[in-house]
Design a protein. Structure first.
Ligand code: MTE
Ligand code: HPA
Ligand code: MOS
Length: 751
């Protein structure tokens, strides 16, 4: 089935938050902030702005009827700055007016009295000053202290990876109005409608049942709307409540880039020990996470960094500690991979360093240490159905790693200005929210008297194609044409207490709930057919219910009507929660993931050593889809994830100055991959696997894992740089931009 949104997307007919039809009297809101990263805030002067033409009201913290608090995991984040400013871009209040333009003009007239305070932007500095979001966490297995003595090689180093701007095409926004009973309706571009509902209830001082959130689709989220869609929806709701009129708030791109958090930068110290035969015996890592000025999702992201700090490798002795460091930057947040990519980057840097010191190729170390069935991850989960070796072998032999090595070496011997590089990149990513309690979802299915069907779940469509998968499930179980099924918007009145659509688990959790709901309805139909007609083996296919014994059939529409006339319920609301998973934080051990996703990529690059620029020639991937339920949708996720990962590793460079001001604050100063910078060839092979039962229809989650193939781009580039300048002492400092590559190409060896 093709993506059900494809046709409307290319025709520009798909409705996003800002495309919703506007109600009469709609007002617009624009948030304001202060040009300072850290300050004691004495007073916000709004009179002049209030008196500008078209301005209805300027809101500040004093106008909040409930709590001025939006923190999810830790209540440490005000909606509007009060007493103190913690980052450049922190919202101080809202200008509401009859046009967005009027609000933007009035915003310039806002004045504030504040005393600047020193700003900290570096996580290691923050750590040294005890500025922490939460206590550190340590994952341990074996005994590293003991293990070092049996290592033949011990290598230490440091790995830094920078943040990443989500750059969803649709910026943050919401549209809110008050209904006759004083309840509030909010159209929100969010991955987490319940989080929005709950926070609006808290800030407005309302019970949750008076807050309705509705989400049709997002123009991309990538984690950036898991938590950080909330404040804008709260502001729109607050403005609607104060003015009594509908209020729309949609951030301009530069406001969005300045005011919202990004992927967490990490700085990591590592120590790795290997035996003569390249087995990794011990690994120690200390992660310094740059959390920004409030917790947001940082503690959960920190945890996933630890879960994935050994990537696809089995290491018997591990000790990894992670510090969430509080800095004066916008609170960093979820971004595809959720801390996992940063953990994997560090171990890959350790392997690359070790390979160089020992004098072997990195892939020889990678290959010697892949996880296999029966191994245990440092967090205690015993590995089942490992596809690490399988994907590695299928990739390296199927795509001819030996030829790649040979070609690259031959090219590099005969070329001076251009050098080629390659890297093999295995991945292993755990599926489930690491917070066990979040792994649940619900689905509501109505079959109407005419046999048509409407489905609601907690899943938010953000381009990943979850609605297409849901449609496949419902139409398949009922055996009806997809045109008979409609997937409704995600709405907190129809589906309550949802987890955000995140952790790549959207299709699994909601698809399983939907399966339960549809099967509950077909079970009633089967009972009816047994009682009425004596049919004992009924299947639903091609718009009919057929008895496989007698070969008799009844049309779906006729069956539905019959059931309706017999007063049988044609609706079902079903609940699913992932079985088997658990995690004990006091021991840092458990079985947190339903299953793992594996894969291996070979990345090839050509570097122009005169200019420092590069082109990715080819990325070839063997990916473990399980038994993919939609090859095209899943292929899109692999390609998109890969390119987003390459962007993070090579060109997307977030720059704050020492005062905490974002310099890469627009698309003129922040470079994302375009059609010219994607690899010239992307080839994706399906690994033949049966897929786990906990994946929807054995089709494994695919949203986040492929981003981590992008790590290979960094190491392919490093290989090419070292081919040109074999003696250079080069650091790990992603993204590997042309400027940094240029610096390394001509770096003199340390003597
Ligand atoms: N694909 C598109 N096109 N747009 C997105 O915003 N988000 C990613 C991934 N793929 C995203 C995407 C992230 S961060 C996650 S967690 C998953 O999709 C969420 O959807 P799923 O759980 O249905 O896979
Ligand atoms: N992944 C993504 N989002 C999350 C998670 C997770 O593990 N936990 C909480 N939000
Ligand atoms: Mo995805 S980072 O879990 O929204």
């Amino acid at each position: 089935m093709i993506n059900i949104d494809a046709l409307n997307h290319v025709q520009g007919k798909s409705i996003y938050m800002d495309d919703r039809e506007e109600l009469k009297g709609t007002l617009y809101a624009v948030p304001f902030d202060f040009p300072v990263a850290h300050a004691r805030l004495h007073q916000i002067v709004t009179d002049e702005a209030q008196n500008c033409p078209g301005i209805v009201k300027v809101l500040t913290a004093a106008d909040i009827p409930g709590e001025n608090q939006i923190g999810g995991i830790i209540p440490d984040e005000p909606l509007f700055a009060e007493h103190e400013v913690h980052f450049w871009g922190q919202v101080g209040g809202l200008v509401i007016g009859t046009s967005e333009h009027a609000c933007r003009l009035a915003r310039k007239k806002i004045r504030a009295n504040y005393d600047p305070l020193p700003a900290v932007t570096d996580p290691r500095v923050a750590k040294s000053k005890d500025m922490l979001i939460s206590p550190p966490r340590t994952f341990r297995c074996g005994d590293t202290a003991q293990a070092w003595s049996s290592c033949d090689h011990i290598i230490t180093g440091r790995a830094d990876s920078n943040g990443q701007e989500h750059l969803y095409i649709e910026t943050q926004g919401a549209y809110a109005w008050i209904k006759e009973d004083g309840s509030v309706y909010v159209a929100s571009s969010t991955q987490g409608p319940t989080a929005v509902q709950k926070t609006i209830a808290k800030v407005l001082g309302l019970p949750m049942h008076k807050v309705e959130i509705d989400t049709v689709r997002l123009g991309g989220g990538f984690g950036g709307k898991e938590d950080q869609a909330t404040p804008w929806a709260v502001m729109a709701a607050l403005a609607a409540k104060v003015t009594g009129r509908p209020v729309k708030l949609a951030l301009h791109r530069m406001d969005d880039m300045r005011m919202t958090g990004k992927r967490h930068p990490y700085s990591t110290d590592f120590r790795i020990g290997l035996s003569k035969d390249l087995k990794i015996l011990a690994y120690e890592a200390t992660f310094f996470q740059n959390a920004g000025a409030a917790a947001d999702l940082s503690p959960a992201i920190l945890e996933r960094t630890l879960f994935h700090c050994t990537n696809a490798y089995y290491i018997p002795n591990v000790s990894a500690t992670a510090w969430s460091c509080k800095t004066n930057l916008p609170p960093n947040t979820a971004f595809r991979g959720f801390g996992g990519p940063q953990g994997k980057f560090a171990i890959e840097c350790a392997i690359a360093t070790a390979a160089r010191v020992i004098g072997v190729k990195p892939h020889e170390i990678q290959s010697a240490n892949l996880v296999k069935d029966g191994d245990t991850f440092p967090y205690g989960q015993i590995i089942k159905n490992a596809e690490a070796r399988h994907s590695w072998e299928t990739c390296t032999s199927g795509f001819g790693l030996d030829e790649v090595i040979h070609e690259v070496d031959a090219f590099n011997r005969s070329n001076f200005r251009f050098k080629k590089g390659y890297a093999v990149q295995p991945i292993c990513f755990g599926i489930s929210f690491t917070n066990t309690m979040m792994n649940h979802a619900r689905a509501l299915v109505h079959v109407y008297q005419d046999g048509s069907v409407v489905v609601s779940t907690a899943a938010v469509e953000m381009g990943q194609g979850v609605n297409t998968k849901l449609l496949q499930i419902a139409s398949d179980i009922f055996g009806v044409d997809p045109s008979r099924v409609r997937i409704e918007s995600t709405n907190t009145l129809r589906i309550a207490n949802t987890s955000p659509t995140a952790a790549s688990a959207g299709a699994d959790l909601n698809g399983k709930a939907l399966t339960l709901a549809c099967e509950a309805i077909t079970a009633r139909f089967k009972d009816l057919l047994r009682e009425e007609l004596g049919w004992t083996d009924v299947i639903f296919r091609h718009g009919k219910a057929t008895d496989r014994v007698s070969k008799n059939f009844i049309m779906w529409e006729e069956l539905v009507l019959k059931a309706f006339q017999k007063r049988i319920s044609l609706s079902e609301h079903a609940h699913y929660y992932t079985p088997e998973i658990f995690f004990d934080k006091t021991k840092e051990k458990g079985h947190p993931f339903a299953y793992h996703v594996y894969g291996t990529a070979i990345v090839e690059v050509t570097l122009d050593c005169l200019k420092g620029t590069y082109e990715f020639d080819r990325v070839r991937i063997v990916h473990d889809f399980g038994n993919s339920m939609n090859h095209d949708v899943d292929l899109g996720q692999v390609e998109g994830g890969l390119v987003q990962g390459i962007g993070w590793m090579t060109m997307e460079e977030i720059v704050y100055n020492d005062d905490g001001k974002l310099l890469s604050n627009a698309l003129s100063t922040y470079k994302v991959p375009d059609i010219y910078s994607v690899p010239k060839v992307i080839e994706v092979k399906h690994l033949e696997t049966s897929g786990p039962d906990l994946a929807i229809r054995k089709s494994k989650a695919v949203g986040e894992p492929p981003l981590m193939y992008g790590l290979g781009a960094y190491f392919a580039l490093r290989h090419a740089v070292l081919a040109f300048n074999p003696e250079a002492e080069i650091s790990f400092d992603a993204p590997y931009t042309p400027e940094k590559i240029f610096r390394d190409l001509y770096k003199k060896p340390v003597t």
